[in-house]
Design a protein around this ligand. Structure first.
Ligand SMILES: [Zn+2]
Length: 489
């Protein structure tokens, strides 16, 4: 039976039964070498080994809330701390918006595991008797997989198990899986296109916006914009709702789709939540209610939204994304919320956002910084030609050390370093200006010039924003920075 699951009716039914044991992996594929060498951090690990007994409580620590017990286990250094707050915030805000009620208070016990490798994660699956629900000992032994096992939310087991490795954005993934768990309590079956899309939207909303409704001030994941942009150029047939709704569990996650289906799903939910048309606006909570009552999700969707109109307006929505002035140059993840642009990195790595408004760089880019993450470089990017050819102009080490350095053909030149004058606050207003007459370029902080160069010394090419994290800067293991009130002229 399992061998047939990618074809025909059996496939659809099993896809439902297998609902969600995958996380949206945040692995980052094109790492740059670090800008400067960093000290590696080593500490003692607490190893969780699933015991022979059938009591997960023996190795998972209880975290009690008013709403039920969450048992938490980790064999990485990460403490529950802020992750628990994230789980509560997702439940609270999603519940208030989607159901109009506070979250349930009598939830059955659930389990959250962070695992440093896939072997531990598979052991967790076996320990929670994965086989009794899914028919195989663990997800690695499930035949005909279309993607590597990576954990996620296991609805029937009441378990969230995730990898906690370099390059994995654990707070993001925890919020994402919590959204799945909440929807599973209110619905009978949610197709991936809605479930995965909404989980991404809810995560960005809870992490980046204080708006009560996700539709007000909806943050936009610019990496999703990137993916959808190239997809619209390749093939517009992917933007048929019936086709997206018809994808089964394995088709939706197929590695060969390169996350396109996740991005399409996110863009669809972004559209459904932000569009102002009276046949679209404000209807998502009603759709969620219908997904709990109607037998067919496609029928529930058609009862909620006029499909033809949604398809037309969704494509227009994506066409407007083509006109956005920013695109992700490399790395992830960039969030646009209002006039703010936030970069987040799980632990080490770099990411760049490129201004693509004109062929020529703009004459001025300005933003303010409320805080500088500790072990990071926050910078303008100039003379950007490719991910292998650009210049970084910014600050590192709490902003006291200013840096200008070229990246050419995969390696860094020797950086020019100088100190920020004592009276200047690095968390002020940063401005990069180019004189239209002479091409001279200057960088100022709070109106005081900290660097300048004649036009002849400046490589044209695009401008952008750059963030490099050398270690996690907060207790959730993520490093992030927000470029506030970004203006470009
Ligand atoms: Zn998911």
């Amino acid at each position: 039976m399992m061998a047939d699951r990618r074809r025909g009716r059996v496939g659809g039914l099993l896809a439902g039964a297998l609902l969600l044991f995958a996380a949206c992996d945040d692995a980052h594929r094109d790492e740059l070498p670090p800008l400067t060498a960093h000290r590696s951090v080593t500490s003692k690990r607490t190893v969780i080994t699933p015991p022979a007994s059938n009591t997960p409580r023996a190795y998972a620590l209880p975290y009690r809330t008013q709403r039920g017990s969450v048992y938490y286990g980790s064999d990485t250094l990460r403490a529950l701390g802020d992750l628990a707050t994230t789980i509560d915030r997702v439940d609270e805000r999603l519940s208030n918006w989607a159901t109009g009620r506070s979250p349930e208070t009598d939830l059955p016990a659930s389990f959250v595991y962070l695992c440093r490798d896939i072997e531990t994660l598979l052991a967790i699956e076996r320990h929670h008797d994965f086989k009794s629900v899914y028919g195989h000992a663990d997800s690695a032994s499930t035949p005909d997989r279309t993607f590597e096992p990576r954990g996620g939310y296991y609805q029937q087991l009441g378990v969230i198990a995730l990898l906690d490795q370099p390059g994995v954005d654990v707070p993001w993934n925890i919020a994402h899986e919590t959204s799945h768990a909440a929807l599973a309590r209110w619905t009978s079956f949610v197709p991936d296109v809605l479930n995965e899309g909404l989980a991404e939207i809810v995560t960005a909303w809870v992490l980046y916006s204080n708006a009560e409704m996700p539709s007000d001030d909806l943050p936009l994941d610019l990496n999703v914009v990137n993916t959808c942009r190239s997809a619209t150029r390749r093939d517009r047939r992917a933007f048929r709702l019936a086709w997206l709704f018809g994808l089964d569990y394995w088709q939706f996650r197929d590695d060969r789709s390169d996350d396109l289906n996740f991005s399409l799903a996110t863009s669809l939910c972004h559209f459904l939540l932000s569009d102002g048309h009276p046949s679209v606006a404000g209807r998502f909570p009603a759709l969620i209610q219908r997904l709990g009552a109607d037998r067919s999700p496609w029928f529930a969707f058609q009862r909620t939204y006029p499909v033809g109109l949604v398809e037309r307006r969704w494509r227009d929505h994506l066409d407007r994304w083509n006109d956005l002035p920013w695109r992700v140059g490399f790395g992830r993840r960039w969030i646009q919320h209002g006039s703010h642009l936030s970069a987040r990195r799980p632990a080490r790595g770099s990411t760049a956002l490129i201004w693509q408004g004109d062929l020529q760089p703009p004459s001025r880019v300005e933003f303010s910084l409320a805080q500088l993450p500790t072990a990071s470089t926050v910078a303008f990017l100039t003379s950007y030609r490719s991910p292998r050819h650009f210049t970084v102009l910014g600050a590192r080490r709490r902003g006291r050390e200013l840096i200008r350095v070229d990246y050419r053909e995969g390696s860094w030149d020797t950086p020019a370093l100088w100190q920020l004058p004592d009276h200047l606050d690095p968390t002020g207003v940063w401005r990069l200006e180019r004189s239209p007459a002479t091409g001279e370029m200057s960088w100022s902080i709070d109106g005081e010039t900290v660097w300048s160069a004649p036009g002849s010394a400046v490589d044209p090419g695009r401008w952008g924003l750059y963030f490099e994290s050398r270690q996690a800067s907060d207790r959730t293991g993520t490093s992030s920075v927000t470029f506030e009130n970004v203006t470009v002229e």
